[in-house]
Design a protein around this ligand. Structure first.
Ligand code: ATP
Ligand code: MG
Length: 360
């Protein structure tokens, strides 16, 4: 970009499975966008962390990983997971080892039906499904607190303790109410399970009521997580912004991605809303070893995540342009197998780049 225009440093961590395929597609599209727009620049740093790195070094990332990441404005992440390494080792070794210390406490998953795709729900139109799911991303059920006592075959104990702190719950509530306020419908659903989980979830409800008082212009309701799954399927049009715990929102957002068309499309932002640390953007899908190396992975989840990254960096116009290009291409029928198309990752990527060039 010309001098005086901002340049953002992006750390790219493609990691495992289809991660490298979708991340290189994402970078190709982002580079086309910045070249055509010429209003800001992106500088990529390529980090080879992941399961191959673990095999060589016995850990998923180097000791100074967090210092390295703090030198960047944002992180673009692929996927982590390896068929030969237990999932809890790889997840905690890489993704959570970044999210938790960098205080990316808000995991945000926008969900809508893109033009050119459809919901598996026959009755659900594009107008009916336009959600943002806000997931608490730093504590709760995934705090990693617990232990096991394997005394003998007949008597073994394992605990998985959920942790809810006032600091943690109030900050995610405030973030969720702000997100709801920024959207046209200004409506938030707070998901709980306070009938059965009588400590942490009752506390969660208490914090919701307290923070709600700061947002009199946001209409909000509470819903038990089990009832919420049926509401998502039967009355999607009544939902706008949703906030839920680490575990509950993990499950709800996978359901949301499926209802919106395919897990290959959905994006995730792991945000540090204080902006003290870089935030991380990644497709919702995992490493998908069944299709790795075949060149058929859907890159749209990474394109959408890249658009969310640009939005977070203050480049909303570029983000809109990227999404318009993606939706034009999908509507034109160029899509991968998971969307009922017959195109490869490369064909979809080249087509999106061509569409960006045409629009600008
Ligand atoms: P992980 O263990 O890392 O979560 P996974 O093997 O469970 O990975 P997911 O990525 O969670 O796989 O997705 C489940 C299935 O959905 C995959 O096996 C794959 O067939 C399909 N899938 C996921 N992502 C994509 C994509 N980007 N394009 C096409 N199909 C995908
Ligand atoms: Mg998986």
């Amino acid at each position: 970009a010309p001098p005086g225009r901002p340049t953002y440093k992006i750390a790219s961590i493609p990691a495992d499975g289809i991660g490298p395929e979708v991340i290189s597609a994402g970078i190709q599209v982002l580079e086309t966008l910045t070249k055509e727009l010429d209003t800001f620049g992106l500088e990529f740093g390529h980090l080879d962390w992941g399961s191959a790195y673990y095999r060589k070094n016995g850990q998923y990332l180097p000791d100074n990983a967090l210092d390295i990441l703090k030198g960047y404005n944002a992180i673009l992440f692929g996927a982590v997971g390896d068929p030969e390494i237990p999932d809890h080792i790889s997840l905690w070794g890489l993704r959570l080892a970044i999210c938790q210390p960098l205080q990316q406490y808000a995991n945000v998953r926008p969900t809508r039906i893109l033009r050119g795709t459809s919901s598996p729900l026959r009755s659900c139109s594009r107008r009916d499904l336009d959600w943002v799911i806000v997931r608490e991303n730093s504590e709760g059920e995934y705090a990693g607190h617990g232990g096991t006592s394997h005394l003998n075959e007949a008597w073994s104990v394992a605990t998985e303790v959920s942790i809810f702190t006032r600091h943690g719950v109030e900050r995610i509530m405030r973030f969720a109410f702000e997100t709801a306020r920024s959207r046209p419908r200004k409506r938030l659903t707070v998901v709980t399970k306070s009938n059965a989980q009588r400590n942490g979830m009752v506390f969660w409800d208490l914090c919701a009521s307290k923070i709600a008082a700061e947002f009199p212009d946001v209409e909000w309701d509470k819903m038990l997580v089990d009832a919420m799954t049926t509401r998502m399927v039967l009355h999607p049009e009544t939902i706008d912004t949703v906030v839920a715990t680490n575990l509950h929102a993990d499950i709800l957002s996978d359901l949301a991605a499926a209802l919106a068309g395919s897990i290959g499309i959905a994006p995730t932002s792991n945000l540090d809303p204080t902006r003290a640390n870089p935030s991380m953007f990644e497709p919702i899908h995992g490493s998908a070893f069944d299709i790795t190396g075949k060149g058929v992975a859907n890159p749209v989840g990474t394109f959408w995540s890249s658009a969310e990254m640009l939005r977070w960096l203050g480049q909303g116009e570029a983000a809109d342009l990227l999404m318009e290009s993606v939706e034009n291409v999908l509507e034109g029928g160029v899509k991968t197998l998971d969307l009922g198309g017959k195109n490869t990752t490369k064909e979809v990527t080249d087509k999106v780049c061509g569409e960006i060039e045409r629009l600008i």
